[in-house]
Write a protein that binds this ligand. Structure first.
Ligand SMILES: Cc1cc2nc3c(=O)[nH]c(=O)nc-3n(C[C@H](O)[C@H](O)[C@H](O)COP(=O)(O)OP(=O)(O)OC[C@H]3O[C@@H](n4cnc5c(N)ncnc54)[C@H](O)[C@@H]3O)c2cc1C
Length: 392
């Protein structure tokens, strides 16, 4: 099944098989009275946000507006408002699903509860979702958001401070740390373009005044090269990283969940950030927790509720000759940070060579997922994904 076509494992396409392309099914229908939205599987985050924000509403999605709602939701989904409103799956009310035996069923808390549990994090293993129903929250139209950019050589003292601020942050505040070579952003002095920087990307999912108070500790750190935190339309902030994530690149990702960001992990990440193998490679540390962590780990198939940070070695390049250098760098960072990691993993960030990690990624939830897979797809028809094997 192809929805947004974003999954870096390439699971939207297959060789010698059938591709169901859902990308033209883009309808997003918002009901501002019941605060719900019905979304077809070809909608991107931009499609969803545009319609929901027309009514000043939103549900938690990811940070790149060209991502597909379907794949993101089925793997779990987190972004700028997850700490306030939960994961994307925590806001899923129901889904229409075509199962492997060609039946159309509705999964919700009342119907096919087992399927509904598995869909929320199970990564599309259970059937073709033809429609999603989401709960919406009031947000925007403007949110306090933006970037604070520092030289990477200050990161040794700034990252522990980031950890403290992130640990103490209210649910409304989310701060991601990104280490990469500076893109030629208009607000950065030209001498910094192409140099290694540490970027704090922050968003406050609440009032602008309260947000200004909440981001003060972050803005007080060090001597930034640039600080462009200000009110922005939520839809613009949701698309702010799109220019860095255009289609057509070669991608390889390795990621870990962390319950806390150990000093040892910070040291390794800094070593990696000093030796980035291409201008588009980056290490990001996503800040999660909050509302997501207040849901019990067995409520949905998503198992990593205790994660407070998600690190991604986001390796991106264009020239095939760089394959080895980039992939080796990502694997090295992954191995070197493993001793500090929680052990769980986000299936939506997994490359295609991590099949042996899937069972561990779901932890205690894997057995139940496998049993439900056995009920709904015993022949493993839907296997072009981070595959859950059917129990026999
Ligand atoms: C640049 C970039 C930024 C990202 N940022 C975030 C982020 O901030 N937060 C986050 O949580 N994730 C993020 N992701 C990961 C993203 O959630 C996954 O890549 C997700 O799988 C993308 O969904 P898609 O619909 O675009 O993908 P696709 O490649 O179309 O599909 C992904 C998988 O889901 C299956 N699938 C798709 N549609 C259906 C359906 N209707 N029914 C059943 N199965 C289906 C596919 O078969 C495939 O296995 C990002 C990815 C990229 C590349």
């Amino acid at each position: 099944m192809r929805a947004g076509g974003h999954n870096i494992a390439g699971n939207a396409v297959c060789d010698g098989g059938l591709l169901i392309d859902l990308s033209l099914m883009k309808s997003v229908r918002v009901d501002p009275t019941s605060l719900t939205a019905r979304v077809e599987p070809g909608a991107t985050l931009a499609d969803f946000d545009r319609e929901a924000q027309t009514f000043g509403l939103a549900t938690p999605l990811g940070i790149n507006s060209t991502t597909g709602v379907a794949g993101l939701t089925l793997g779990g989904g987190f972004g700028w408002t997850t700490r306030k409103f939960g994961l994307t799956i925590d806001n899923l009310i129901s889904a229409d699903v075509v199962t492997a035996d060609a039946k159309l069923v509705r999964a919700s808390e009342r119907e096919h509860q087992d399927l509904f549990w598995a869909l929320r994090g199970g990564g599309g293993n259970f059937g073709v979702v033809t429609s999603f129903e989401f709960r919406l929250h009031r947000l925007g139209p403007d949110v306090l958001s933006g970037l604070v950019v520092h030289p990477l050589d200050r990161a040794g003292e700034l990252l522990p401070a980031f950890r403290r601020i992130a640990n103490e942050a209210p649910d409304e505040l989310t701060i991601w740390a990104v280490m990469r070579k500076a893109p030629p952003l208009p607000f950065l002095p030209p001498e910094w373009h192409g140099k290694e920087v540490l970027i704090f990307a922050a968003c406050y999912a609440g009032g602008i005044k309260e947000g200004e108070e909440a981001v003060k500790p972050l803005r007080a750190l060090g001597s930034p090269i640039a600080d462009v935190i200000s009110p922005h339309p939520f839809t613009a902030w949701q698309a702010a990283f799109d220019p860095l994530l255009t289609p057509g690149a070669r991608n390889y990702w390795k990621s870990h969940d962390f319950t806390d960001l150990a000093d040892g992990a910070i040291n390794v990440i800094l070593d990696a950030a000093r030796t980035l193998p291409s201008p588009e490679c980056e290490v990001f540390i996503a800040h999660v927790g909050g509302a997501m962590a207040r849901v019990a780990g067995n409520t949905t198939a998503w198992a990593n509720r205790d994660a407070h940070f998600v690190m991604n070695a986001h390796t991106r390049w264009h020239d095939e000759a760089q394959d080895s250098a980039c992939i080796t760098w990502a694997r090295w960072l992954f191995e070197a940070t493993a001793p500090f990691a929680a052990g769980s993993a986000y299936v939506n960030f997994m490359p295609d060579d991590e099949n042996d990690r899937i069972e561990k990624a779901y932890g205690a939830n894997y057995r139940r997922l496998s049993e439900i897979k056995g009920r709904y797809d015993p022949e493993n028809l839907f296997r072009m994904k981070q595959n859950i094997r059917p129990a026999r």
